[in-house]
Write a new protein. Structure first.
Length: 173
C-alpha cells in the first residue's frame, strides 16, 4: 500500500463527473487500499477517488468513532443512492480537500446505497447518522460536487480564497 497525494480545492479534477468502473481489477483494489491508507493517515472518515486524481466511481469510508472499536474499512465501487429519508440531519462537515474548514450541511438523515464490493458482488445497505452524511458527501465528490457547494456563495468564495492562499503557501515550501 502507498499513500496518495490528496488534491486541494480548487482543482478542475474535483469538479468532474467520474466514470463508472467495469471489472474490479487488482489495480482498482490496490487503488482502494491506497485510498483507505491515505484516509486513515490524514486522518479522515471518507475519501473519494477524484480526491487522489483518479476520475473513477470509487469511495472509501470508515465512520466507526468509538474508542477501541474494530475498524470497518469500506470500499464502494459504483455507489448509487437508491432511497433517501424525508427526515434530514445537519452535520458540521469538513473535507480532506478543504483542510480546516467546516460548515453545517443539511442532508437526508438516512439513505439506502447500492454498490459493487471488493469481490464484484452488488450489495445494498441502509446508512444513518454519520455514515449517512459521509456516504452522501463522498458520492457527491463523484459528481464533481463539494460540501461548500451547499453554502451561500459568499461563504463559499471566502473558503475558496483561503484554499488558494493555502496552496500558494504550500507551493513555496
Ligand atoms: Ni470531501
Amino acid at each position: 500500500m502507498s499513500l496518495r497525494n490528496i488534491i486541494i480545492h480548487p482543482d478542475p479534477r474535483l469538479k468532474k463527473v467520474c466514470a463508472p468502473v467495469s471489472d474490479i481489477t487488482p489495480d482498482l483494489r490496490k487503488l482502494a487500499d491506497d485510498m483507505l491508507e491515505t484516509m486513515y493517515d490524514a486522518p479522515g472518515i471518507g475519501l473519494a477517488a477524484p480526491q487522489v486524481g483518479e476520475l473513477k466511481r470509487l469511495i472509501v469510508m470508515d465512520c466507526v468513532k468509538e474508542e477501541g472499536a474494530a475498524l470497518r474499512p469500506m470500499a464502494l465501487f459504483n455507489p448509487e443512492v437508491t432511497w433517501v429519508s424525508e427526515e434530514t440531519n445537519i452535520y458540521d462537515e469538513g473535507c480532506l480537500s478543504i483542510p480546516d474548514q467546516y460548515a453545517d450541511v443539511e442532508r437526508p438523515a438516512e439513505v439506502r446505497v447500492a454498490w459493487t464490493d471488493w469481490d464484484g458482488n452488488r450489495r445494498e445497505e441502509q446508512f444513518d447518522g454519520l455514515w449517512a452524511t459521509c456516504v452522501q458527501h463522498e458520492i457527491d465528490h463523484l459528481n464533481g460536487k463539494l460540501f461548500i457547494d451547499y453554502l451561500k456563495p459568499l461563504r463559499r468564495q471566502m473558503i475558496t480564497r483561503k484554499m488558494v492562499k493555502l496552496k500558494r503557501e504550500r507551493a513555496r515550501m
